[in-house]
Design a protein around this ligand. Structure first.
Ligand code: IFM
Length: 468
């Protein structure tokens, strides 16, 4: 087992967990919530494994006091949760649905009473269905609606929440949702996916302006990117170029506008055959140029690529839609290879050096940018034996990745915290309940929660490191 030196984490380091509304809340019709694209998608036959839906999930909407108590018992210092837009504006625009917002007021109060720092994510994929019906993220208006929604929430919770995340993994929203079609809304339109990516960038920029106009100056803004740690299979120029191509459409499509106020020319030129980029209007890139106070990074596994050589080579299934459509728009001439070594239950290679390399690369590109690990964790095939879940594979995964975080902090990278994905087993999108990421087991028949060995391991690490 990898040893972690608790002193490698600075005072004030946030030790936390992360979840998302649709994955845990259930109660999809409670208190005036409107339908989201994930309600529609999960209720469409064939979209989600075993026909699972988020209708009940972990019933966290009703059981949150118990879940917060559990967090407090584990010594969790920070909780990254998401707000369901369709609970606040059931149809994506118009006045606040107070019954929905009250739920989050109670939740935040509950965290503060237990000394847990709330970290909000405003958008973790549950777009109000009415906005998708009007065109979804490929439609510019969605960005404006998002900024309005962000302001409404911040006006009410701004005095109690100090860290405000706009988007979670906009890459997944745009490219899994609109290009590969494996996430809601299940569209397979590469040009629309690029428009979606742009409007997500715009949404972040507009929402950041809205947040900063209503939040106290001490509030911090963030967004969580699932940056791809792209590795070329060889030093061959063609493979290096393939890696650059994937990096553009996997990372730079967000990092460019966000930090440089411009899309990289290589991305624009390479994808000219797919879109004319006319959705990028004068002044947009300046609006998108909204570096967060803290950049959230979600990391699970590296991405190994090479330039396609003929046909028939193995591809990594998780990077492709069911019909073989790549979410990496324009990368049909790239092969996605399975990295060597053990995998998690998702089929994702376990490789903590990917996290280390990624953090060092981000530090080189964005020196002095404060970072937060907004997600990291693993799904394994857990078994309950004598009321106990001995998930040693998950503990090993977490230990290796946390040791990597400790090492980069030692090299001067400003990582402010680690938010483990996830507190609870939950609805894992297209995999339904068939993949368990929690450090707490959920029996979906009884809703009984059982802390796994990994939860106790995390508790002990936090205790040793101190919560600052
Ligand atoms: O469950 C998801 C989460 O919603 C977003 N990041 C990746 C996790 C594991 O797939």
């Amino acid at each position: 087992m990898t040893e972690i030196d608790p002193t490698s984490f600075p005072d004030g380091f946030l030790w936390g967990v992360a979840t998302a509304a649709y994955q845990i809340e259930g109660a999809v019709r409670a208190d005036g919530r409107g339908p989201s694209i994930w309600d529609t998608f999960s209720h469409t036959p064939g979209r989600v494994l075993a026909g699972d839906t988020g209708d009940v999930a972990d019933d966290h909407y009703h059981r949150w006091p118990e879940d917060l108590d559990l967090m407090a018992e584990l010594g969790i210092g920070a909780y990254r949760f998401s707000i369901a837009w369709p609970r606040i504006q059931p149809h994506g625009s118009g006045p606040v649905n107070h019954a929905g917002l009250d739920h989050y007021q109670r939740l935040v109060e509950g965290m503060l009473e237990r000394d847990i720092t709330p970290i909000v994510t405003l958008y973790h994929w549950d777009l109000p269905q009415a906005l998708e019906d009007a065109g979804g993220w490929p439609h510019r208006d969605t960005a404006e609606r998002f900024a309005e929604y962000a302001r409404l929430v911040a006006e009410v919770l701004g005095d109690r929440v100090g860290v405000w995340g706009t988007l979670n993994e906009p890459w997944c929203t745009a490219f899994l949702g609109y290009a590969a079609g494996v996430h809601a809304p299940g569209r397979t339109e590469p040009a629309a996916a690029l428009a979606a990516a742009h409007h997500l960038n715009l949404a972040h920029g507009l929402a950041t302006q809205a947040l900063r106009s209503v939040l106290p100056s001490t509030a911090q803004t963030t967004l969580a990117l699932n940056l791809h740690q792209v590795r070329a299979a060889s030093d061959d120029e063609a493979d290096l170029d393939a890696a650059h191509q994937v990096d553009d459409v996997g990372n730079a499509v967000f990092l460019g506008p966000l930090f440089d106020g411009a899309y990289p020319s290589t991305l624009l030129e390479r994808l000219e055959g797919i879109t004319d980029w006319s959705f990028v209007r004068e002044g947009d890139e300046a609006t998108c140029h909204a570096p967060p106070d803290v950049l959230g990074i979600n990391y699970y596994t590296p991405t190994l690529v090479r330039r396609r050589r003929g046909t028939g080579d193995a591809e990594v299934s998780h990077t492709h839609g069911e019909r073989g459509l790549t979410p990496f728009v324009g990368c049909e001439d790239v092969e996605f290879l399975q990295p060597p070594g053990a995998t998690t239950e998702m089929g994702w290679a376990i490789d903590a050096s990917g996290l280390e390399d990624l953090l060092l690369a981000v530090e080189r590109r964005l020196p002095d940018q404060p970072l937060l690990i907004t997600e990291n964790g693993a799904a394994f095939d857990d078994h309950v034996e004598d009321g106990r879940i001995r998930d040693t594979d998950r503990i090993a995964y977490l230990a290796e990745h946390l040791a990597a975080v400790g090492r980069v902090i030692g090299q001067g990278v400003d990582v402010r915290g680690y938010l483990l994905w996830s507190l609870l087993d939950n609805f894992e999108w297209a995999f339904g309940y068939a993949r368990r990421f929690g450090v707490v087991h959920v029996d979906y028949d009884t809703q009984v929660r059982t802390a796994k060995d990994s939860a106790y391991w995390y508790r002990d690490l936090i205790a040793r490191a101190g919560t600052g």
